[in-house]
Design a protein around this ligand. Structure first.
Ligand code: SAM
Length: 219
């Protein structure tokens, strides 16, 4: 998945992944992480997700990473948040009181930027990568977040041969086989969501499940 793929999607505003409301799974399962109100939460591949607003409303400090500058600009403007921009070595850092977003490639982000992070939230980030890049992303996530950080991961699974990603299908077997070295894994939910996803129904995908995991970075 080349950066140009995502830049073209944002330029054309073909952003079907973006939800116009806070993700109900975040609202339902976030309390299970039992975080301090003022915890710093890393949101990889954040887009302009309203989930960051929900997390900020809980009192958390948000540290996002997003490749596309328009996405970041839209996040602050559409939520009427005044922002400042500064430069780090590899990224532009957009900042308002509770939400900072590093605009640039997650692979050039340095773990020293998030020494105070204790939590993370991955919705449509792991599943944005094709299989050949997915493990590299998962390893970079593990590399960035401090030990004992806890997070929610939301995945989709379906017969990959029946539809091209993104979003890509990620099975529970893949999660267990590839994340267990760095994370303690607890599956909190697995729901049939086919009827809620018209694109999958239209393409006659035979089944679609959405899973929610609690991950804890091993020390
Ligand atoms: C499927 S979207 C999900 C966005 C957001 N998590 C949401 O739920 O709406 C994936 C996002 O990752 C961004 N992205 C892709 N590759 C990236 C990279 N290497 N570093 C940072 N962000 C990236 C894309 O621009 C896109 O906004």
């Amino acid at each position: 998945m080349q950066p140009s793929f995502w830049h073209e999607k944002w330029d054309a505003q073909q952003i079907g992944f973006h939800l116009s409301a806070v993700n109900p799974l975040l609202v339902k399962y976030w309390p299970q992480l039992e975080l301090d109100t003022n915890a710093q939460v890393f949101v990889p591949l954040c887009g302009k997700s309203l989930d960051m607003c929900f997390l900020a409303e809980q009192g958390h400090h948000i540290l996002g990473c997003e490749l596309n500058e328009l996405a970041v600009q839209q996040f602050y403007r559409e939520n009427s948040l005044p922002f400042e921009v500064s430069r780090t070595a590899e990224h532009q850092r957009f900042h308002t009181e509770q939400v900072s977003i590093y605009q640039g490639d997650i692979f050039s982000l340095d773990a020293s930027e998030m020494l105070n992070t204790t939590a993370f939230y991955d919705r449509a980030a792991l599943i944005a990568w094709p299989e050949e890049m997915r493990l590299a992303y998962a390893n970079q996530l593990a590399n960035l977040i401090p030990d004992n950080s806890v997070g929610l991961l939301i995945t989709l699974d379906y017969p990959q041969a029946e539809l091209n990603g993104p979003p890509f299908a990620v099975s529970d077997d893949w999660i267990q086989a590839n994340l267990a070295a760095n994370f303690k894994i607890e599956r909190l939910a697995c729901e049939d969501v086919l009827a809620d996803n018209p694109r999958f129904v239209k393409k006659q995908v035979s089944w679609l499940t959405e899973s929610v995991y609690k991950l804890t970075r091993k020390g």
